[in-house]
Structure formats: structure tokens, C-alpha cells
Design a binder for this molecule. Sequence first.
Ligand code: FES
Ligand code: FE
Length: 399
Amino acid sequence: MTQTALASLMLAHNAGQTLQQEFYTDPEIYQQEMEKIFLKSWLYVGHISQVPNRGDYFLFRMDRESVIIVNSGNGEIRGLLNVCRHRGSRICGEDSGNQKLLVCPYHGWTYELSGALRGAGYTPADFDKKQFSLKQVQVRVFHGMIFINFAADPVPFDEMEKDLDAPLKPYRLAAAKVAHRQNYPLAANWKLAVENYCECYHCKPAHPEYSIAHGRAIPHAEMVEALRPVMERAERCGLTTHSVAKEWIASGPIGADHAFDRYPLYEGHVTGSRDGKPVAPLLGDIKAYDGGCTDMHVGPMTFYLAYCDHVVIYRFTPLSVNSCDCEITWLVRGDAVEGKDYQVEDLTWLWDVTTIADKRIIEANAAGVGSRYYEPGPYMPLEDFAQRFIAWYLHALRM
Ligand code: FES
Ligand code: FE
């Protein structure tokens, strides 16, 4: 697809409707998305508790890229491109592990955890090892959450840090730990997954468990009313009443969108669980349950649900034009003991059952969007956020 064809497709978009088919299926539009959104945004890749010791690493995969997120010692986390500087082989094949040195399995080039080339066999006399360090991405660790950015000169992280630092503090996420992680591979374009995450119009028909256990989509005025008693309790519980709304803004630079907002759970429910009862010890400095939940959003693909006793992190990563990965991470306080303070099955029940249903509806959506008979349809009022996401997306493509 030429730039002119893409420009006329964007011009033909009707703001009240879903995107035209090509946006979900065209490999060239997908490549543009990579360059204009994903390779220049701050991307959440994992939690610091996944790499506590020197040499601990895990892989982050997106599109054609694989990044080794490694603890290189002295409190430093690095993001090394998993591409050997000799002839380009992947170096690490395992999803996670611990290595003192990174050794390419092809011809044995050996790298320090800093990415510097330490040794290579039978090199010519004038071979300069310094020229062959592994390439690196930018890394920022914020409240224990590891973010990377592929851009050499990325959009500043600071505004996001400034806005989210105080509201996040009570959760003490740097001292939390990963209780469970689960991947839900989706046979769908990544935007269908994000659109689905951004609206709860589908919650009643698709998520009976969520609708009973958690809350339901309600118009804004009702939400404000229901939130009032929660906000009155929030400060007493050590939580914030603050909100930040810098997400899906269809103007300005792309790469550091963020938001932080609170909403009420059902009366009598204190967390996101099967019966609304706690599933883990209170996080950080939180003194009691206020009956609310925090929605946080960072970058184009990461959404957080922070309850008083645990945090659920949703990460959608594009793998190709018609596939993406949904990874969910459940965080609990760092000193909580599995089997005593929390049971993984209880902790994960709600969002596991909900995501299995989401996988089904997102993949059915992708199949229908790929049909010869698909045409853009109207967004409903309860889908206003999905609509905002699409407006932001088209803005990003225009940049
Ligand atoms: Fe890595 Fe040859 S490709 S050592
Ligand atoms: Fe859903």
C-alpha cells in the first residue's frame, strides 16, 4: 500500500465507526504501526522481581524482535537485542534463565552481561572487539516495572513518572512480586484486542463472571455517584483520590500516553475475586480496603488493574498483522507466601476466566473483520473509549 493509498483510506474513515478492513489485515499498515507506534513508545516488559539476581534474564518478544532483559549487576537492568553481532543468530533461546555470560550457540561469540563482546575464536590480528557489542534499547525502571524503548532518542519518560509517582506510591510495587504470569495467544490484529479491552459494552453478554463479581458498564453520571463513597474512604485507607487522564490524546507526540483513574466495585466487594473477598495481603502502605479499583494505563499496550491486595497487568504485544499475545501478570506483596497468604487459583480466577472469554470474542471478531462482507459498523456510547483509541491510532499513523 502506498502512502497515498493509506492517506485516502484514513480520509475515508468515519469517526463514529470502526476501522476499515485494511487497518486490521494489511501487512504494510502493520509495518507502519511498528515504526510509528511500537518502536518509539515506552513498553512495559516485566517486573523487577523476575530478575532479582545478577545474570537473571527473560526475553521480550514483539513482532520480529527479541530483547534480552537482563540484570547485569550493580542494580542495572539492560535490554540487549537478541541478535549476534557476528552473523545475526539469536543468542538466548530460552524464555528466561540465569547466565554469567551470553554465548551465541552458532560460533561461540561470548558477550558480557553489559553487552560487550568478551571473546570470539580465531579472530584476525586487527579485530576490534569494541566494535561488536550487542545493541541495546533504552530501559527505565519505575516502581519496579521495567519499561523499554527502541528509539535512540525516545519521548521523555519524565512526565509519566511525575504524574504517576504519587498515586502509585501506596502500592509499593517495587517491593511486590510476580505471583503468576500467563500468556493468552490471540489470532487477531492487536487493535482488536485493545479495542476490546477499552470497552465494557461486551461485559454483560460475554463475561457473566465479571458482571457478577466485579462491576458492570454504567453511564458516566451513575459511575460518578457510585464512586463518591469510595473516594471518601480512599484517603483513610492510604489511597489517592487523584486521577490523571493523558491517554489516547489524538494530538502531540506518541510514546508516553498514561492515565490513572479509580472506579467503584460492587457494594460489599473489596477486590477483584470470585466473591469480592480479599485474595492476598494488603499491598504496600494500604491500610484497609476502600471498595475501589485503580485503572492505570501506560503506553499503547499496557493496562493495570490495581486492587488493594493485588495488581493485574495486561500487556498486548503485536506478533504479526494477524496475531498478538496477551500476557497477564499478577503481582502481590513481596513477602506474601503462596499457599499461606494467597492461592494462585483464587488470585487468578476472575481475570483468567474473563480473558479466556475475551480470547474467544476477539478471535471471532478477527475472523469476521477478515470477511469479504465486513464493513465498518457504528460505535455505541458505551464504546467511547474504544473510539478514542482509534482516533489516537489514526493520529499516530499521521505523525
Ligand atoms: Fe553468533 Fe556466529 S552468529 S557466533
Ligand atoms: Fe472483556
